[in-house]
Design a protein. Structure first.
Length: 202
């Protein structure tokens, strides 16, 4: 609340910019929602006990599975002990296509033994995801969204939506719209450096 009082004029400008960016990036999130996220992140960065308490109560995701384009099972089991980067996307989504090079770069930066990147497609069943992935140079796993995925993680309101899951199976970040590669990489690094081990019950 103190943050909002000190920076109300800046937040008004952010509201205007967020609305413009939302239109440009193809997200349907309201500007006030974007501003709220920014404000919460800023407050959270101060490391308040309340914020830490909220993190400690984050529930683990329910088990989920899907089949990737190689015919392999991917899901909660394959993410155990890793940071999971899950991306809801579709071949017809302009913002999703724009995000692919950043995800490719992210895959190249982090080893598969520590970070798992999975593109969860909401395309119709007839769409050839394997051919699309090959043509787009995608180097991370691609699978179709399943009922168990929706029950555990979604469904999502818009795409692209990116979700970061820590090594203990808890969602640490969720965002609809584009996320800059370096901002995403920094969040991944923070989870790798500080493996969540101080949660209640761990």
């Amino acid at each position: 609340m103190e943050f909002l009082k000190r920076h109300w004029s800046t937040l008004i400008l952010i509201v205007i910019l967020a609305g413009w960016l939302g239109i440009r990036m193809g997200t349907d999130r309201c500007p006030s929602c974007v501003v709220t996220d920014i404000a919460q992140d800023a407050v959270g960065d101060e490391g308040s006990p309340a914020a830490k308490s909220e993190v400690s109560r984050l529930p683990k995701l329910a088990d989920w599975t899907a089949i990737d384009t190689d015919g392999e099972v991917v899901g909660s089991e394959s993410l155990k002990g890793k940071v999971g980067v899950l991306v809801y996307w579709a071949t017809w989504c302009g913002g999703c296509k724009k995000e692919i090079p950043d995800l490719v770069a992210l895959r190249e930066e982090f080893p598969e033994s520590k970070v798992e990147i999975i593109g969860l497609s909401v395309d119709e069943a007839h769409k050839d995801l394997e051919a699309f992935a090959k043509a787009a140079g995608i180097n991370y796993r691609i699978a179709r969204v399943t009922e168990s995925v929706d029950k555990a993680i979604g469904p999502v309101d818009s795409i692209p939506t990116i979700i970061l899951i820590d090594q203990d199976g808890r969602v640490q970040f969720r965002h609809s719209g584009l996320v800059e590669k370096e901002a995403l990489a920094e969040r991944v690094r923070s989870l790798l450096v500080e493996k969540p081990s101080n949660y209640a019950g761990i």
